[in-house]
Write a protein that binds this ligand. Structure first.
Ligand code: NAD
Length: 357
């Protein structure tokens, strides 16, 4: 990623529309873009009571804040057409695998139709110069050799969440080929696939780090699912810097998108088993854990991403290794427990990230 001066210069006064701005990644993105003096137009469901969005009090700095369903095509269209953004990030989704087993219909509806609605709404919005649709590392067809997944690999999705995200990839590809090939959106719409994100301010259920943080704060025992599953762990600032870099390059029309799909995963030393994350975190903070012996939900055993394309073409590189990513997440929690504002911690960590500290 560029140095702070160039980043500020680019994002200053940019009109940015974000769906899913009240979520974990969305709130971090709002804090960063607000720090960089962009104008933010958010469209999401209401934030959860205990959420980073509320903790950072970022709502008051957002130019337009809409709480509405992404499945409401008319409302979404009205907002995008009204605000005429230059850049759009689509993050709104039902993002949890376990939840997708309980609510498959809602998951497919929100993740597939939500993406379709965004694509339909941006047609004819000539102000737009860059659109980044966030999907997932879970979109790939499981490859038994446990290779790292590259962008051109086949899509799959054996659980409802992964299937819904793979389906949204197909929808995006179809819109690019059908409607954005020869008009103002040519080479300006992409999907971004990141790994398993950790970082301060995630309060989601059934995610490893938030569960561990809860155990640290409450002194209760954390139950670990799938201790031996391997995931591409990364700090939230790594994929966010990838999304920002991609959005900027598309805006500047510096991309010739043969494949408009980008992996933003960590380096291979961050491909670690769940139990290794638990053990490393235990070195920093004390908490009790137990392994769940039987998991009723089918989840991918090994997930690894190959991010050479983003490294080569965007000059984007993951910065924080696993130890740093975990220690920054623990640091966020303990500073916040000491009363330091969530917004200040996010901004300081962003600056450390940019300045390689
Ligand atoms: N966190 C991760 O580890 C991870 C990994 C890979 C991909 N992703 C993807 O990144 C994106 C953001 O994930 P997150 O971790 O911030 O999730 P999150 O649950 O914290 O946030 C989800 C956001 O989507 C909004 N949303 C959900 N359903 C909606 C609906 N029907 N209408 C309007 N808005 C709706 C929520 O209000 C919230 O703002 C998602 O697309 C997710 O699939 C996340």
């Amino acid at each position: 990623m560029d140095n702070l001066k160039n980043i500020k210069k680019f994002w200053n006064k940019k009109k940015v529309f974000i769906t899913g701005h009240t979520g974990f990644k969305g709130a971090w993105l709002c804090v960063i873009l607000n720090y960089l003096n962009s104008s933010i137009y958010g469209y999401s469901l209401e934030p959860k009571k205990n959420s980073l969005f509320n903790k950072t009090k970022i709502k008051k700095d957002i130019s337009s804040n809409t709480y509405a369903d992404i499945n409401n095509l008319q409302r979404l269209k009205q907002k995008i057409h009204k605000y005429k953004p230059e850049i759009l990030f689509h993050l709104a989704a039902q993002p949890l695998v376990i939840e997708s087993y309980y609510k498959p219909l809602d998951t497919f509806k929100t993740n597939m139709m939500g993406t379709l609605n965004v694509l339909e709404c941006i047609r004819g919005v000539n102000s737009l110069k860059s659109v980044v649709i966030i999907t997932s590392d879970k979109v790939y067809k499981i490859n038994k050799k446990n290779n790292n997944y590259k962008e051109q690999d086949s899509l799959g999705g054996d659980d409802p969440y992964s299937g819904s995200k793979a389906a949204s990839e197909i929808i995006v590809n179809s819109y690019i080929k059908s409607f954005f090939k020869n008009n103002f959106l040519k080479n300006r719409v992409s999907t971004a696939r990141a790994g398993n994100v950790i970082g301060g301010g995630d309060f989601s259920k059934n995610r490893l780090m938030p569960d561990i943080i809860k155990a640290i704060n409450t002194k209760k025992t954390v139950v670990i699912r799938n201790a031996n599953f391997v995931r591409p762990w990364q700090h939230i600032l790594d994929p966010l810097s990838g999304y920002l870099t991609l959005a900027k390059k598309q805006y500047e029309n510096k991309i010739n998108n043969k494949y408009a799909f980008w992996n933003f995963g960590p380096d291979s030393k961050n491909f670690k088993k769940v139990i290794e994350i638990v053990k490393y975190t235990k070195k920093l903070e004390n908490f009790k854990f137990q392994n769940l012996s039987l998991n009723n939900f089918n989840e991918t055993n090994v997930l690894k991403l190959n991010s050479s394309k983003a490294k080569k073409e965007l000059k984007w590189f993951p910065k924080w290794d696993l130890n740093k990513s975990i220690s920054k997440t623990i640091e966020w929690n303990s500073l916040n427990n000491k009363g330091i504002s969530a917004r200040d911690i996010c901004e300081k960590q962003f600056l450390m990230y940019i300045n390689n500290k």
